[in-house]
Design a protein around this ligand. Structure first.
Ligand code: PEP
Length: 248
């Protein structure tokens, strides 16, 4: 019912030559068993548009702003993102929340504007290590999702992809166990189900946090894990191909 989706977050890495090498290897090795999307640094969107033409591999930006245009130096409007063929917008990644101080309210506004531009928001949520150790993982994730629910309503979640990314597992090599991840994914689905059961069954919830080829199959095999958002391993062609091809 929910097709697996595997997304690559390249963060601030790469150059034209390394991007092309990654994309060529990916196009060659990917078996098409999942939906897939690549988030390069925004300057390389045209390169991806050209390279991925005629394939089923989607692409998107790692961030965009909610205002339509104007004096917002350094920001990208969603109309621009759309004009360059993007399908997805990554929103609320923990690095945006932590390093750039994005708030739940700004993130909710970005989700709303992304939907209005007819693009797919990939909304990242997740707790820090301190929050997990304090036993407030569910409370944190609920607060992050409630801010968006309040802004766009439950029906919009049909079009939103959620990425649960425990901050302590991002770039640290510490993957949540399939059971630990499943527990939070099930909790997120229950949150949505409390609003509208049908929608909750259709919303894709991805796991992110040091996913590797070796851990992908067990993670994707969990009932409420619908794919992955992959950082470090998405920069290694063979790893990322193997993660995508682990989808059933
Ligand atoms: C991410 O940045 O979204 C991520 C999951 O990174 P990594 O796979 O490197 O932990």
């Amino acid at each position: 019912m929910r097709r697996t989706l595997v997304a690559a977050n390249w963060k601030m890495n790469g150059n034209k030559a390394s991007n092309e090498a990654l994309l060529e290897a990916f196009k060659k090795g990917f078996d098409g068993s999942a939906d897939t999307a690549v988030f390069p640094p925004a300057l390389y969107i045209s390169q991806l548009a050209e390279s991925l033409k005629g394939t089923d591999i989607a692409y998107g930006v790692q961030n965009a702003y909610f205002e339509e245009k104007g004096a917002y130096t350094g920001e990208l409007a969603l109309s621009m993102v759309k004009e360059f063929g993007c399908q997805y917008v990554l929103i609320g990644h923990s690095e945006r929340r932590e390093i750039f101080g994005e708030t739940d309210e700004q993130i909710a506004a970005k989700v709303e504007a992304t939907l209005a531009a007819d693009l797919i928001p990939m909304l990242c949520v997740g707790e820090t290590l301190e929050e997990r150790e304090a036993g407030i993982t569910e409370k944190v994730v609920k607060t992050q999702i409630d801010a968006v629910l309040k802004k766009v309503g439950i029906a919009a979640f049909e079009k939103i992809v959620i990425a649960y990314e425990p901050v302590w597992a991002i770039g640290t090599g510490k993957t949540a166990s399939p059971e630990q991840a499943q527990e939070v994914h099930a909790f997120i689905r229950q949150l949505l189900a409390a609003e509208e059961a049908d929608v909750s069954q259709r919303t894709r919830i991805l796991y992110g946090g040091s996913v590797k080829a070796a851990s992908a199959e067990a993670l994707f095999g969990q009932p409420d894990i619908d794919g992955g958002l992959v950082g470090g391993a998405s920069l290694i062609a063979d790893e990322f191909v193997a993660i995508c091809n682990a989808a059933q």
